[in-house]
Design a protein around this ligand. Structure first.
Ligand code: SAH
Length: 298
């Protein structure tokens, strides 16, 4: 394990020191909460990458963030894995390093606004008078759907996506239990719940989902060489995940859209329908009735 605050030298390295490291900052730096994306460093935003390239110090959530993302850091950058730190220790670290570096990055998995303890981390910074900002990231919900070539919305099947979790050690507020949310029959992207798959199955059954309803589980979506995609049904998804030894870092997607690529037909989007006029295009033909048959989502 790397000792705290030891500059890590990983190749490839950017040799020129960041400007803010050469000029001694007279003012405290700014702390950037950067969404690292789901794992593949190429799914960082350009802005996130630029901030990493300029960073004097990076605190990354090593339990979930791919360390490869820190390869964009300049030589001499202080890089620290936060996985053994408490919230208080992380806040102290950020505040301390903002005294010495113009750009400090807190690198978080996916998007920082989803299950990222963002507000717990920003409040002490605000209280300490420090400037901070958030750079969004590609959430694992989207990376999981992308990995499987699935859509989360489909005309007249569902136009709604619920990002949620099963209530485990962190309880969910009243009215948000999975069975209640599942009654909408919209897409459910279920975070932090792979070890609670049995409860997820029970909730969907309570909400009336049929045993043959398709369920998708993606582990380590987008991680080069580590991604696993498991397709199953409400009846067998747990067994399939056990067979594949999926126990951590997995997204569960339950949706009536799953498998639509193989349906006989789908309702097409109005936006691209020749018979639909909108701000950028006039209708040029009548509706294609052959492709306008309702799909059977189950
Ligand atoms: N902010 C993150 C979520 C953090 S909570 C985001 O927007 O994706 C951590 C949970 O996210 C994990 O338990 C898992 O359900 C999901 N997760 C994170 N990275 C993942 C990945 N690469 N593949 C699948 N699920 C992932």
């Amino acid at each position: 394990m790397t000792p705290p605050d030891t500059p890590i030298t990983t190749a490839p390295r950017i040799t020129a020191p960041a400007p803010e490291q050469t000029a001694a900052p007279t003012l405290p730096g700014k702390i950037w909460f950067v969404g690292a994306g789901p794992g593949d460093p190429e799914l960082l935003t350009l802005k996130g990458r630029r901030l990493l390239e300029e960073a004097g110090a990076i605190l990354y959530a090593g339990s979930l963030v791919n360390e490869a993302a820190t390869r964009f850091a300049p030589a001499g950058c202080v890089i620290r894995d936060s996985k053994d730190m408490t919230l208080e220790a992380m806040n102290d670290w950020l505040i301390e390093h903002a005294q010495r570096h113009a750009t400090v990055v807190r690198l978080q998995t996916g998007d920082p606004g989803l299950y990222g303890a963002l507000i717990e981390m920003t409040r002490p910074l605000t209280a300490a008078g420090l400037a901070w900002a958030v750079v969004p990231g590609v959430s694992s919900a989207f990376a999981a759907a992308a990995a499987a070539g699935e859509t989360l919305t489909l005309p007249e099947v569902t136009q709604t996506v619920i990002l949620t979790r099963a209530g485990g050690r962190t309880p969910v507020p009243a009215g948000e239990d999975l069975a209640a949310l599942a009654t909408h029959r919209s897409t459910l992207c279920i975070f932090l719940s792979i070890t609670l798959l049995h409860e997820v199955q029970a909730a969907l059954r309570t909400a009336g989902w049929p045993e043959e309803a398709p369920i998708l589980v993606v582990q380590k979506a987008s991680w080069p060489g580590a991604e696993k995609i498991v397709r199953g049904t409400l009846a067998d998804i747990k067994r399939r995940c056990q067979d594949e030894k999926i126990g951590t870092q997995a997204m569960i997607i339950a949706s009536p859209t799953l498998g639509a690529g193989n349906w006989e037909s789908v309702i097409r989007s109005k936006l691209y329908d020749p018979a639909f006029t909108h701000g950028h295009r006039r209708a040029s033909a009548s509706a294609d009735t052959d492709t306008a048959r309702p799909a059977d989502p189950s």
